[in-house]
Design a protein around this ligand. Structure first.
Ligand code: GTP
Ligand code: MG
Length: 313
């Protein structure tokens, strides 16, 4: 490209590698990232367009085998064999419903399958001890012969304190993926920092458009790098038409933007001492509800029979 070498270096450091990346990011973000004027950023974008190729392909060329990552729930795996790749999965539910434990279990199973993992922790709830214990337990169950410490070296973590860091992580995800070789990505949680950094109705529109931008970056990365991206989301209580706030009726935060852009949405809830994982918005999946418990092995499906026995105790 007709850009200065030092500029190309700077772009590469930010994870911007191709002319498509530049066009996708656009002049506004580019000017912020590089600390240059909008005009200068626009020149870079114009230059990138010279190298942009609009290619049309016959549909037969995009038909491909989809990779799956087994979920911790056998009933779920009966449908597709597990979580399908190139997608973004949303897990929403109240505090303590099991979101972090579910994602730790998926992360550990991914590691045991030889995948590398990146975990963005905005809640400070990722504990080394918990990951280690779940890993030991699940490794035992599959009679894993490899070196556990070696496996743990494939688990990369970044603590997130502010919503800007999530925006940045979504822009740089491509370069993180290139440098680590990770294919399975977690954001726990994706939305909490936005909730505290954008307060009140006045900032709602800006929060939603920023979340939309983050989601589109993530989706694009999921497709280009063949990733599984999982994120957790908190809920708000829904006010009924009569004005009552129900503890049961909850809605994921982030509104339409997340609902439209997440590829698959699941709801976790706790009722008494029982927990359920349910399919909320997956076009080609029936409305499953899987009972599960949290154990030393992370999360585990409970059979309906076991459920009923517990109930009659
Ligand atoms: P927030 O992040 O607060 O929104 O909650 P969450 O949905 O991520 O819930 P999380 O996965 O942290 O689940 C918390 C529950 O897991 C608590 O009820 C704990 O009792 C339970 N838990 C955590 N560690 C263990 C464990 O080692 N064994 C068992 N049996 N339960 C555990
Ligand atoms: Mg959590």
């Amino acid at each position: 490209m007709g850009l200065r070498v030092d500029l190309i270096d700077k772009l590469k450091k930010l994870g911007i590698q191709t002319s498509e990346d530049i066009i996708y990011i656009g002049d506004k973000v580019l000017s912020n990232l590089l600390g240059i004027s909008r005009e200068k950023a626009m020149e870079i974008v114009k230059e990138a367009y010279k190298y942009y190729q609009l290619e049309l392909k016959p549909i037969t060329e995009i038909k491909e085998k989809i990779e799956v990552l087994p979920s911790p729930f056998p009933s779920y795996n009966r449908f597709f064999g597990g979580f399908r790749g190139k997608r973004i999965y949303e897990f929403y539910g109240k505090f303590g419903s099991g979101k972090t434990n579910l994602m730790i279990t998926i992360a550990v199973d991914s590691l045991l399958k030889g995948f590398k993992v990146i975990w963005f922790d905005s809640e400070g709830t990722l504990s080394y001890d918990r990951v280690f214990k779940v890993l030991i337990e699940r490794a035992k169950r599959i009679d894993f012969k490899g070196d556990i410490n070696q496996v743990l070296n494939n688990f990369f973590v970044k603590r997130i304190g502010h919503s800007d860091e999530i925006i940045f992580a979504s822009i740089r995800l491509g370069s993180f993926v290139r440098s680590t070789g990770a294919r399975v990505i977690f954001f726990d949680s994706l939305t909490a920092p936005f909730r505290s950094d954008y307060m009140g109705m006045g900032e709602l529109a800006e929060r939603q458009s920023t979340l939309g931008y983050v989601m589109r970056n993530l989706l694009r990365c999921a497709e280009i790098f063949n990733l599984w991206i999982f994120f957790s989301n908190q809920v708000v209580s829904v006010i009924s038409p009569t004005g009552n706030i129900s503890h049961e009726a909850v809605s994921p935060i982030g509104g339409n933007v997340l609902q439209h852009l997440a590829s698959e949405i699941y709801y976790l809830r706790k009722k008494g001492n029982k927990r359920y994982f349910s399919v909320k918005d997956v076009p080609d999946l029936p409305e499953l509800e899987i009972p599960f418990k949290i154990t030393e092995a992370g999360v585990e499906e409970v059979s309906y029979r076991e459920e009923e026995e517990e109930e009659s105790e």
